[in-house]
Ligand binder design. Sequence first.
Ligand SMILES: [Cu+2]
Length: 377
Amino acid sequence: MVVNLFPSETTGPMKMNKLLLLSALVTFGSCTSRSVFDEPKATNPDALPRVQQIMVPPPALPEHDQVAKGGPVVVEVRLTIEEKKIKIDPITSFWALTFNGSVPAPIIVAHEGDYVEVTVVNPKTSSMMHNVDFHAATGAMGGGDLTEVAPGQEATIRFRVTKPGVFVYHCAPGGAMVPLHVASGMNGAIMVLPRNGLTDENGKRVTYDRAYYVVEQDYYVPKDDQGKYKDYDTPAEGFADMIQVMKTLTPTHIMLNGTAGALLNENAMLADVGEKVLFITASCNIDARFHIIGGHADLVWNGGSFNDRPATNYETWDVPGGAAVAAMYKFRQPGTYAFVDHELIKALVFNAVGHVKVGGDWNNDLMEQVAKPHSSQ
Ligand SMILES: [Cu+2]
């Protein structure tokens, strides 16, 4: 039964009831009662509870509640810069620039109206300045100017997350250094959940049993005269060559979660039949289009916005470069699913491919082999 909160009577007492109800919705922070142009009521973050978020490597998400318990909190996050040479595939060494050592950087989770307090630490051992531009933040440069840290420095900013959805963050030290650092791995995401959790296409609460965070990474690795990928002693040493490769707008490597095979085989994402899985998909620089081979996206929050009703039953969903998009799928069949960028060259000639291994019982009603392969003679 649909309950109409606002019946058509306009007598005095009923009008008063409407006002009381509206004021209650505003007071308790209902996401739907606030205009997109309005901010949540300002409060004193120093008086709020503080929660330290333990960051975890992708594709995992940090521990979090889907529905916020109580009012806004200050979510403390520490991002430590690590410049490190990694093998992005068996033949390519690359100076990755990272937050907390992973490509992509770890995902942060908060609720709408929370404060996120980020300490960016640039160790003495680093070779260059870094910072962070948070797309979820409001203020010039997304905090980039306020988080500029030279080697041996750290800085802390606090921003309020006022828009529910999924967003990227990335290093942005200025000029061509921005794409150089982003294409060296310095990008991550933040999920800002509505305080009351996610809602489905009918506006009803929907929860996920698992969540994974998948990011497409483009690299531009220079080659030597023999056509071999070049190896450098420091990250900056390769930048001039990298710019030349970047000018072609043609990546040399495209991978999910930073390295070839990061989500394949023993690194596969896991699920069971009947579970709803939330995928937070992102790409900081190039456009991506994700597809689960043999499955769908039951729900897609296009543009990453959790305030909009999700679209339903997509085969492939778009992730524009510089954005994150959330999609939810309930797995209905067991097996190993390829999770791909359905620009199939990216998936299968490059490495924009992962696996989701799903346990459970096969449903013959959904698919059945009616005749095994046999001679058609
Ligand atoms: Cu950087």
